[in-house]
Design a protein around this ligand. Structure first.
Ligand SMILES: [Zn+2]
Ligand SMILES: [Zn+2]
Length: 387
């Protein structure tokens, strides 16, 4: 079953919706206009019920099949938020809001899921229920977590969830997926190493935090090299090292470091946090300093369920002729929270040879729309075949 003809017919409309969203990007939970557009379109499509304000500014729509003897309920999720980036594409539908830009293609995700919702509400050629989920704040705000915390999964009786991301480097309209750990858990830290400053010529009268922090940065690398099982993946990156002084002859009283730790399993994530805190405290103590640790837990690792991933890959191969094995990415993905609550799968749809996501030149490729929409529709029609 290749691309559905209906999506070839709808492609111009879906492209227009996508470009309107691209022109009007909204960041994190501020997706008020976007949520309004989504809710209005779902109403126009005749979906059975619409709820707004889920997870602050998320939208949920319910579409019932012609029959419901299966009792199955499948959730399909798209993200709606943009990034704080000044767009440099020069497109005629470029962002009208300076400093906000759809640089991760969430405009494409929202438009494709709307397209699928229109088709599913028109045809209802399935036995069960579809819940379309439009979430805010994927880019670091935890909008997916907030929708889950609002009780969405139980309220709608969702049994499985599916998600999709456009992906530069995967051929246009092709798919890639992998079972198991797929996206990383993304914790962040800030540590203030407190010493005691003074004249650079009299270090013996100070407790120099720059030397202690330098040792600390190196010691933190042993989490990856000495603590975590070498077959597991982990990234420990100190990304900022700031002293309180810019002078050549002053030993500063404190140093602040920041960074991120990326892991692929809950066990590694926990081990990394424990070792991080122990190394900070003990290394600083060895040099007479004190470590004030601010550990900021981020998204959990995103883990694709085996059975749903095999099914999603089969559907993708049906649409595009094949489905490749995706590589693990150490980036984070808020869909992890939904996959922690329900089995499901997250797939990549190719954006072709484009600029990378999160850059000012990036743009979602509208030619991926028929493939993306067909995948959504087929997930529903094949998982809950018409009675
Ligand atoms: Zn992104
Ligand atoms: Zn994204």
């Amino acid at each position: 079953m290749p691309i559905k003809n209906r999506f070839a017919e709808l492609q111009a409309d879906i492209t227009a919706w996508r470009r309107d969203l691209h022109e009007n990007p909204e960041i994190l939970f501020d997706t008020v206009r976007t949520a309004g557009v989504v809710a209005e379109k779902l109403k126009e499509f005749g979906v059975d019920s619409i709820e707004t304000g889920v997870g602050r500014t998320g939208v949920v729509g319910v579409i019932k099949g012609k029959t419901d003897t299966s009792g199955k309920v499948i959730g399909l999720r798209a993200d709606m938020d943009a990034l704080p980036i000044l767009e440099a594409t020069g497109l005629d539908y470029a962002s009208k809001t300076p400093g906000a830009m759809h640089a991760c293609g969430h405009d494409g995700h929202t438009a494709m899921l709307l397209g699928a919702a229109k088709y599913l509400a028109e045809t209802r050629n399935f036995d069960g229920t579809v819940v379309v989920i439009f979430q805010p704040a994927e880019e670091g705000g935890g909008g997916g977590r907030e929708m889950c915390e609002d009780g969405m999964m139980d309220k709608y009786g969702i049994q499985e969830v599916y998600g999709m991301h456009n992906w530069p480097g995967v051929p246009l309209g092709q798919f890639a997926i992998r079972p198991g750990p797929f996206f990383a858990g993304t914790d962040q830290f800030e540590v203030v190493v407190q010493g005691s400053g003074g004249h650079a010529a009299k270090p013996n009268e100070t407790i120099d935090p720059t030397v202690a922090t330098s040792q600390l940065v190196l010691a933190l690398q042993t989490i990856a090299s000495r603590n975590v099982d070498p077959v597991e993946q982990i990234v420990v990156s100190v990304t900022s090292f700031e002293t309180a002084s810019k002078a050549f002859n002053v030993i500063p009283p404190s140093v602040t470091i920041r960074g991120t730790i990326r892991t692929l399993t809950p066990e590694t994530k926990k081990l990394a946090e424990e070792r991080f805190k122990a190394i900070c405290t003990a290394t600083c103590a060895a040099y007479g300093c004190e470590a004030e640790i601010d550990w900021r837990p981020g998204y959990p690792p995103m883990v694709n369920s085996e059975a749903q991933t095999a099914f999603a890959a089969e559907v993708a191969a049906g649409v595009a002729g094949k489905c490749d094995l995706a590589e693990i990415t150490m980036g984070g993905e808020d869909f992890a929270y939904m996959l922690n609550e329900r089995p499901g799968a997250y797939i990549l749809v190719g954006n072709g040879d484009s600029a990378p996501v999160h850059t000012p030149d990036y743009n979602f490729n509208d030619e991926a729309i028929p493939a993306g929409c067909s995948w959504w529709a087929e997930i529903v029609e094949k998982r809950m075949p018409a009675a």
